[in-house]
Ligand binder design. Structure first.
Ligand SMILES: [Zn+2]
Length: 421
């Protein structure tokens, strides 16, 4: 489940967006927010090359949020320091209303707020520790969102443990690092400085758990693949691409058309046989029945165009892969009104609607049977969209002795591995 909003392809390592922050150093208002809590044990920040790009991750938190730091800090609003101390920032509730920030009892009018902590320190947001800096970005007068700025290598160390199991093979971690780095850099080069963040931190992008999620294996994989990405294209003109991956393809890698229309000859045309993901409990799964009523309600919640339908009487597959996996479907009511959609979008809207049965519809690698009031999804295979790298397949291949570079080249056919920095 990846965002599909940015389909353009860019030159490999085309100018990274400038996301650095120039902070005014004047106007020190003192340690308004400091208190005397003990600092947790701190691991030092890993050494990082000067040219490692900074990524901006929107955190899944909402007004109000709780923040602290583990070392001295500096808090600024619109570039003016409003509070700083050599001691750490104590428990602080941040709220915003009427165009004003409230940091506990301290009120500050203004726009963007930035919290920085001293070298070796971390910022805790709603209980999760993060490296780098935290930006509080106003959304109107009464809302805001929280964006973590940090170097992309440290970011990846907080992604891998959330995407893979802790006991998985180091080569699986390394392959995932290359794919996840490419995916992140792709979004960074498409977003640019006109936007406040490059990626979210949830399953819709790549799951990111901050410093709190990091482990040794993730760091080993990140360090040993530093800067490595996959790129594709004619010799000398290779470009990075949106390197999708999912949990388990279920036996055959899907084409990117499952998700969106893509240029011909992408490295994600799919079709590779992959039974290395058979270790997944979702490699094969039991039939799932969902009522047409529930399906209609889910679609109404996602697509306005489904208002045209006064219910669902039929679900037809209108296009499929060479190996019989639905790509597009048509949903029709009893009067013959119909809408066409990607099969994957039906699954996503069912998931969004929190339909209990839909949580067992692990993929759209299915056959569809009409049972009257219900649709039955049978012969279910795999978990997720099945495009690009198959995570369970990666683990299977790593256990069979494959190197990360071979695994990546298998799933992204025709792609080459480069160092982006
Ligand atoms: Zn697979």
């Amino acid at each position: 489940m990846k965002s599909l909003r940015y389909g353009r392809w860019r030159r490999l390592a085309a100018g990274w967006p400038a996301v650095g922050l120039a902070l005014a150093t004047a106007c020190v208002a003192g340690a308004l927010l400091s208190c005397g809590r003990e600092q947790p044990e701190i691991r030092e920040e890993p050494a990082k090359a000067a040219d490692v790009p900074t990524v901006r991750i929107r955190l899944p938190v909402d007004n109000p949020v709780e923040i602290t730091t583990t070392r001295g800090y500096r808090l600024s609003v619109d570039g003016e320091v409003v509070s700083r101390s050599n001691a750490h920032l104590g428990e602080t509730t941040v709220r915003r209303s009427g165009g004003r920030w409230r940091f506990n009892s301290m009120e500050v009018p203004g726009g963007r707020a930035v919290l920085e902590t001293d070298l070796g320190g971390f910022i805790r947001v709603n209980g999760v520790l993060y490296r780098g800096t935290v930006h509080l970005v106003p959304e109107g007068g009464d809302g805001f969102y929280v964006v973590n700025h940090l170097d992309i290598e440290s970011y990846l160390a907080g992604v891998l443990p959330r995407e893979l199991y802790a006991n998985w093979h180091i080569e699986a971690y390394r392959a995932q690092a290359i794919a996840a780095r490419t995916y992140a850099l792709y979004h960074m080069s498409n977003r640019g400085s006109a936007h406040e963040f490059d990626l979210g931190a949830t399953q819709a992008w790549q799951v990111y758990g901050g410093f709190s999620a990091e482990n040794e294996r993730a760091w080993k994989a990140v360090r040993s693949t530093q800067g490595m990405v996959v790129a594709h294209g004619p010799e000398g003109r290779e470009q990075i691409f949106q390197a999708h991956y999912s949990a388990a393809c279920g036996g055959r890698v899907n084409p990117v058309e499952v998700l969106y229309s893509a240029p011909q000859g992408t490295p994600m045309t799919g079709g590779q046989e992959c039974n290395d993901c058979r270790g997944s409990s979702r490699y094969r799964w039991d039939p799932v029945r969902i009522s047409k009523k529930e399906m209609h309600a889910a679609l109404l919640g996602t697509y306005r165009s489904t208002e045209r339908l006064d219910g669902i009487s039929e679900v037809r597959i209108t296009s499929q892969t060479d190996w019989g996996r639905p790509l597009h479907i048509e949903v029709a009511d009893a009067r013959g009104e119909s809408i066409r959609m990607r099969a994957e979008d039906l699954r996503l809207s069912l998931l969004r609607s929190r339909s209990p049965a839909a949580r067992r519809l692990y993929s759209m690698n299915v056959r569809i049977r009409d049972l009257g009031n219900e649709i039955e999804f049978t012969d279910g295979r795999g978990f997720g969209h099945g495009v690009g790298l198959c995570q369970w397949g990666t683990q299977g291949k790593a256990e069979d002795g494959w190197q990360a570079e071979e695994i990546v080249r298998f799933y992204y056919r025709g792609a080459k591995i480069f160092r982006a920095y």
